[in-house]
Design a protein around this ligand. Structure first.
Ligand code: FES
Ligand code: FES
Length: 158
């Protein structure tokens, strides 16, 4: 076992993990962050997407020991108290989900996409989300939600 210290959603955790423990399993089983889900375990679906030092990663593709000394943000750390993050709000308003299983990862990836490119075209949104699979929505409302969040971002004074 190896001891790691990770900041998850602003809180510091210090835990023993096996060297082979995946970050997604650490988050769910040891840090209690069950909002991050596993869809495939083979880095195909994107359901497990979180931010590692502010950049999106598929947490089934990262070892927990690789997060030692780093900061992780999950879907549970995105809202500011009761105030949803603009991307969460847009997913809600655009009805950008059905079963919701892909949604945590889809939102984390969308936030990263908008951080990189605050005014993306529809093609850029679709390309930015190509690593995140949704079996339900046909993606149309997800793209609309990202466009709405981008518009909301432009209207927020800097
Ligand atoms: S569970 Fe990580 S990409 Fe599917
Ligand atoms: S809403 Fe069901 S997988 Fe995307």
């Amino acid at each position: 076992m190896t001891r790691i210290t990770v900041t998850v959603d602003g809180q510091r955790y210090s835990d023993e993990v096996e060297p082979r423990t995946l970050l997604v399993h650490y988050l769910r089983e040891q840090a209690g962050k069950t909002g991050t889900v596993v869809g495939c375990d083979t880095s195909n679906c994107g359901a497990c997407t979180v931010h590692l030092d502010g950049r999106s990663v598929k947490s089934c593709n990262v070892l927990a020991v690789q997060a030692d000394g780093h900061e992780v943000t999950t879907i549970e750390g995105l809202a500011d108290g009761e105030q949803l993050h603009p991307v969460q709000q847009a997913f809600h308003e655009c009805h950008a989900l059905q079963c919701g299983y892909c949604t945590p990862g889809m939102i984390m990836q969308s936030v990263d996409l908008l951080n990189d490119n605050p005014d993306p075209s529809e093609e850029e949104i679709r390309a930015g989300l190509e690593g995140n699979l949704c079996r339900c929505t046909g993606y149309h409302n997800i793209v609309k939600a990202v466009q709405q969040a981008a518009k909301a971002g432009k209207e927020v004074p800097a």
